[in-house]
Write a protein that binds this ligand. Structure first.
Ligand code: TMP
Ligand code: ASP
Length: 237
């Protein structure tokens, strides 16, 4: 298969193939935080992110959620449909953490009465700001697309919170992205990984995600390995 580099991001490379309408997403071992100001790298990160995304997308597809996922090609690479991405990051939260805990003055770890959905503008230079529907309308993102983003986010949460709970993991919050295929259908894209979700061990509260890197907590490689093990069928005991 021919591969032409289309885009290199902070944590992945995206390639065009000879097959039109199909892309390869190859996950790197590199990480950044705080809009690229903090950098790091650890062994096995790309493998975890590719393999977890593949497993989660397949699980969601089986439950009626359309995604860009086609197949996992190798340890660090997944094949996807080529989409036209909405400039929106959809965040869904079950427990107050990170920026929400600061914004509404909750102690981190406070369960929310109901899931909260946030829509952020995907724009690194602006720091991916949280916007409301008026702002998005101004920027040309139609209400129907925002409505679908919110519905999709809640549907994914309704499926994935119990999925991770079974593995002994609380799905605290996560970020997803949405794109449109050549026929105009909106679907789930991007990745579902410890980079884009907060995972807390249900029993111990231990963080099993990128916050270990963002907050210099140590044990980040082990945390990613542990999440890969649990998603691959290993139990927490
Ligand atoms: P936040 O609490 O920092 O706003 O993060 C909410 C969720 O979004 C968390 O699960 C981590 C994820 N996230 C990303 O995927 N990319 C980002 O750039 C940031 C800041 C957060
Ligand atoms: N998107 C952020 C960055 O690269 C990373 C994060 O906090 O997840 O800087």
């Amino acid at each position: 298969m021919t591969e032409t580099l289309l885009y290199e991001g902070k944590a992945k490379k995206v390639f065009e193939t000879g097959d039109e309408g199909v892309l390869l997403h190859r996950y790197k071992d590199d990480a950044t935080a705080f809009d690229g100001k903090k950098r790091g790298s650890w062994v096995g990160k790309g493998k975890t992110n590719a393999t977890m995304s593949a497993a989660v997308f397949a699980y969601l597809e089986e439950r009626g959620v359309p995604t860009h996922f086609v197949e996992q090609v190798d340890e660090t690479t997944i094949k996807t449909k080529r989409l036209d991405m909405l400039p929106v990051e959809v965040i869904v939260r079950n427990v107050a953490a990170g920026s929400l805990a600061k914004r509404i003055g909750y102690e981190e770890g406070t369960p929310l009465k109901a899931p909260i959905v946030e829509l952020c503008l995907k724009d690194d230079a602006l720091g991916d700001p949280l916007l409301n529907w008026y702002h998005f309308r101004e920027l040309g993102v139609p209400d129907e697309d925002l409505k679908l983003c919110e519905e999709l986010g809640l549907k994914v949460n309704g499926i994935l919170a119990p999925y991770f709970d079974e593995m002994g993991v609380t799905l605290v919050d996560f970020k997803i992205e949405v794109g449109r295929d050549g026929s105009g259908n909106l679907m789930l894209a991007d990745e579902v990984s410890p980079d884009t979700c907060r995972f807390w061990d249900k029993e111990t509260g231990e963080k099993l995600d990128k916050d270990r890197f963002r907050r210099d907590m140590g044990g980040v490689e082990e945390a990613y390995e542990e999440m890969l093990r649990r998603v691959s069928g290993g139990r927490s005991e």
